[in-house]
Design a protein around this ligand. Structure first.
Ligand code: AMP
Length: 116
C-alpha cells in the first residue's frame, strides 16, 4: 500500500473487499460499488497517484497500462464491439471523490454526450 488513508490503496492491498475483474502486477480493476451503467468498472494503478494533475512523465507507462487493461476488460465484459466510455474525473468540478487515479469504464447502455 502507498497511502495508508487511501480507499483504493486499501482495496489494492486486499484490506477492503472488492469485486475484482482484472489484476496484474501494476493494475487492478473492480466493479464500481454504485454503478452508473450496466457495466461500470474502475481501473486503477496499484501505485498511488492522486489525480490526473499529479501524473508525471515517469508515470506514463503505468497510466498507459490502465488503457491496455481497459481493452482486455471490455472484451471480457462483452462491450468492446458495441462501445463504452473510458473516463477520468479530475478534482471537485468534475466530481472526483476518491483521490487515487481511476479510469471509469462504462458500458452496456447508450451514453449521452456531452456528459452532464
Ligand atoms: P470519482 O467520483 O470519479 O472519484 O469515482 C469514484 C468512484 O468510486 C465512484 O463511482 C464510487 O461509486 C466508487 N466507489 C467508492 N467506494 C467504492 C468501493 N469501496 N468499491 C468500489 N467502488 C467504490
Amino acid at each position: 500500500m502507498n497511502e495508508p488513508d487511501c480507499l483504493f490503496c486499501k482495496i489494492s492491498a486486499g484490506e477492503i473487499p472488492a469485486d475484482i475483474v482484472y489484476e496484474d502486477d501494476k493494475v487492478l480493476a473492480f466493479r464500481d460499488i454504485a454503478p452508473k451503467a450496466p457495466t461500470h468498472i474502475l481501473v486503477i494503478p496499484k501505485r498511488h497517484i492522486a489525480t490526473i494533475n499529479n501524473i508525471r512523465e515517469e508515470d506514463a507507462h503505468d497510466v498507459g497500462l490502465l488503457f491496455a487493461a481497459a481493452a482486455v476488460i471490455a472484451k471480457q465484459e462483452d462491450i468492446a464491439d458495441e462501445g463504452y466510455r473510458a473516463v477520468m474525473n479530475c478534482n471537485e468540478a468534475a466530481g472526483q471523490t476518491v483521490f487515487h487515479l481511476h479510469l471509469h469504464i462504462l458500458g452496456g447502455r447508450s451514453l449521452d454526450w456531452p456528459p452532464g
